[in-house]
Unconditional design. Structure first.
Length: 89
């Protein structure tokens, strides 16, 4: 019972983070950096992007750190869900 709840929580959290990553990228094209919505999403996403940005350089004018963060979130969620699924119920 608790394992299923934890799996659902990890899944929802991963989906929420992915949604915020995608929103952050899309809004960066339409809203100025000081917009309230963009700042609010940035407070959540930027601390996760900063270590990636320090390691991965820009490719031309493209920032690949959101894409890398997307794959990291998906991979970590997958690994955690598989680990929790392997626990005895």
């Amino acid at each position: 019972m608790i394992v299923e709840i934890l799996i659902a929580f990890v899944n929802v959290l991963a989906q929420l983070l992915i949604l915020l990553i995608i929103l952050s990228v899309i809004l960066s094209y339409f809203l100025p950096p000081y917009h309230v919505v963009r700042e609010s999403i940035g407070r959540i996403i930027n601390p996760m992007l900063m270590p990636i940005r320090q390691v991965v350089p820009l490719v031309g004018m493209f920032d690949l750190s959101p894409l890398i963060l997307y794959f990291l979130v998906r991979t970590l969620a997958w690994a955690l869900i598989n680990f929790l699924s392997a626990l005895p119920h």
